[in-house]
Design a protein around this ligand. Structure first.
Ligand code: GLC
Length: 424
């Protein structure tokens, strides 16, 4: 990318973040996703911090204003009504002061807050704002272990694919067979009004997403019951790695700010989760695999979740194997990192989380590789990410073989990640 090109792309990224800014939160993209999404917001704040630090903190603070009394931070906050999205508040019926969904999303907040704090130029403001957010993030982490790890295994389970942030991954195909499709109220999907249906989850998957939603709604969203009552309980290595990394980062930051109890608790959680991740490792796949807690089996599915585990402080030998795997993947696609192994015959380069590259995932993999000193592979993934934006703009996700941009356009987290990639 030439220098002019780079500065133009930089400006465009900022313009997209401003275009999608609703004042105190940012929508992922107008039309397709008109509300606030949990992990989108935390990663978006990183991009905002390059041109408006105050606004970046606000993004995460807004999200935590909608934390549930039990500690959960919901995956969607429906700030303003908009019938361009389904399922809306009338379907979730979570009975919150401002409507929210009833499930959660990958807990990147701890990681993001530490990063905002470290780079803040207004040190005093950063200190005050981090001190206010850390106890809330700690409560969320505690909620995970209480409600999603009832047997104290050190790993939390997802009870709905949307919680993973990787909605229609091949990882869910087998456990989804246990989720019925009968008794679902008639519905009209809105996502396929905005995006190509061939790039989106199938109707059969939507039926199951909704069956689970209705089932949890029937249990009054009682998080002390949902895990055990769910026919879908899957342990995702990427999700757990994000949780472990956030616990680790919260521990470090809390210690620096004198919050000793929060620091100790989060350090213990990070250590337990990193140790337990070993149970998800597969020598055959040279990566971590999802684990179906109900069937008691590992998923035979080489998804990016098992590579994203490098985001946590995992053992060096595991990182080395994952780098070797990434080298093999690089031979089978033009752009790293495909969300599913291109050699698997279920791979689909355009269908959402069944193959496409997502730049937020690339960002977290790059970060983990840098921490581990794997700079060549980190650089390679960063170069691929920049090329994708250069060729195809700020898309929601990209085909790893052709580089084509898919899904929503002028996408917030893609723009935010661009600002992160360009920062050094
Ligand atoms: C989709 C993605 C999810 C994301 C949301 C908003 O549902 O799968 O990860 O948070 O869109 O961008």
């Amino acid at each position: 990318m030439s220098a002019t090109n780079t500065s133009e792309i930089h400006q465009n990224a900022i313009s997209i973040l401003r275009l999608n800014d609703k004042g105190t939160y940012t929508v992922p993209t107008h039309g397709l996703y008109p509300f606030q999404w949990n992990w989108d917001s935390c990663l978006t704040a990183l991009g905002q911090s390059h041109f408006d630090e105050n606004r970046a903190w606000r993004e995460i603070e807004t999200l935590f204003e909608h934390q549930w009394p039990d500690g959960m931070v919901p995956h969607i906050i429906f700030h303003e009504l908009d019938d361009g999205y389904f399922p809306g508040p009338d379907v979730w019926q979570t009975d919150r002061p401002v409507a929210t969904s009833g499930i959660t999303q990958p807990p990147v907040a701890g990681f993001a807050v530490k990063r905002l704090y470290e780079r803040a130029s207004d040190r005093e403001a950063a200190r005050t704002r981090a001190l206010a957010l850390l106890p809330a993030i700690d409560r969320w982490h505690q909620w995970f272990f209480e409600c999603r790890d009832p047997a104290d295994e050190g790993l939390v389970a997802l009870i709905h694919p949307w919680e993973s942030g990787r909605d229609n991954s091949i990882d869910w195909d087998a456990p989804f067979q246990r989720v019925p499709t009968d008794g679902i109220q008639p519905y009209h999907r809105r996502d396929t009004d905005h995006a190509d249906p061939a790039h989106r989850p199938t109707k059969e998957q939507y039926d199951r997403y909704l069956w689970l939603l209705q089932h949890f709604r029937g249990l009054q969203w009682n998080n002390h019951a949902l895990h055990d009552e769910s026919p879908f309980q899957v342990v995702d290595p990427g999700f757990n790695a994000i949780l472990a990394r956030s616990c680790h980062d919260v521990a470090t930051l809390a210690r620096e700010l004198g919050l000793v109890e929060i620091a100790d608790k989060n350090q213990a959680r990070a250590e337990a989760t990193v140790a337990a991740l070993e149970n998800l490792w597969s020598d055959d796949y040279s990566q971590y695999l999802c684990y179906d807690r109900i069937a008691g089996v590992h998923q035979q599915s080489a998804s990016v979740a098992g590579l994203l585990a490098v985001f946590a402080p995992i053992p060096t030998a595991r990182i080395d194997s994952i780098v070797a795997k990434l080298n093999t993947m690089a031979e089978n696609s033009r752009f790293l990192v495909a969300s599913h192994d291109p050699l698997d015959n279920r791979f689909d380069g355009k269908r959402y989380w069944r193959g496409p590259v997502w730049l937020i995932v690339n960002y977290m993999i790059i970060d983990g590789l840098k921490v581990a000193g794997q700079l060549d592979m980190a650089k390679r993934i960063e170069t691929d990410s920049l090329k994708l934006i250069g060729e195809s703009g700020f898309a929601e996700y990209y085909d790893p073989k052709s580089g084509e941009g898919c899904g929503g356009e002028s996408f917030t987290w893609t723009a935010a990640m661009m600002l992160e990639f360009l920062k050094d």
